[in-house]
Design a protein around this ligand. Structure first.
Ligand SMILES: C[S@@+](CC[C@H](N)C(=O)[O-])C[C@H]1O[C@@H](n2cnc3c(N)ncnc32)[C@H](O)[C@@H]1O
Length: 199
């Protein structure tokens, strides 16, 4: 079942010209939660090969800025700016801010390379999501939205709590295009309360 679903979205992505089947996860998330609107400024963290960037560009239209960041280079996508950078490195947020000062939406589908050691992989994935949250805090405008992939495990509840303290409306969701067997969940956090100086 999970494999069939995986193959279905994989084939659909090839047919429709998306670089990853993940593009459909963002599409489904957006249909349900209305995160991206036309004209939005969007930053996508951990964006290679670029399926979410293609979809974000489509959903936002040609106004607004779409920026993708990854440690791997991202092949050119029309209307999208890309940065080769590590989201855990200090200078990366500064480089993003040079392009987008007040983002409407921050997305993060980043995953670490898996070692096979479950608790080590879980800790590393939560570390990435913490970095993404810190980045979102620095670049989102008050009222902005944040979507982040997180893996279930013992650190998940604390992370969710942290997100809840920063956003007014927070939901955890597994889109249909995620493999059924996967431990991944997307946290959809809406209406950023603003940096401390705004609160
Ligand atoms: C599942 S892929 C993202 C797929 C993407 N959403 C798409 O639709 O094409 C996860 C990405 O996270 C990136 N990544 C992992 N750690 C990172 C880090 N510290 N900084 C930036 N990118 C990172 C990986 O290089 C990989 O390209």
């Amino acid at each position: 079942m999970a494999r069939n679903q995986h193959d279905h979205f994989y084939r659909l992505a090839r047919k429709e010209g998306y670089r990853s089947r993940a593009a459909y996860k963002l599409k489904q998330i957006n249909s349900k939660f209305h995160v991206i609107k036309r004209g939005n400024n969007i930053v996508d963290l951990g964006a290679a090969p670029g399926g979410w960037l293609q979809m974000a560009r489509e959903l936002a239209g040609t106004d607004g800025t779409v920026v993708g960041v990854d440690i791997q280079p991202i092949r050119e996508i029309e209307g999208v700016i890309t940065i080769v950078g590590d989201i855990t490195a200090e200078d990366t947020v500064g480089r993003i801010k040079e392009l987008v000062k007040n983002a409407d939406v921050v997305l993060c589908d980043a995953s670490p390379n898996l070692s096979g050691d479950w608790s080590y992989d879980h800790a590393r994935s939560i570390d990435l999501t913490e970095q993404a949250l810190s980045c979102a805090e620095q670049i989102l405008k008050p009222g902005g939205h944040f979507v982040v992939k997180a893996f279930h495990g013992d650190l998940f509840a604390d992370y969710l709590q942290k997100v809840r303290s920063l956003f007014k409306n927070v939901r955890a969701h597994s889109p249909e295009a995620s493999r059924k067997a996967s431990a991944e969940t997307y946290i959809i956090a809406k209406r950023f309360r603003g940096t401390k100086s705004f609160r």
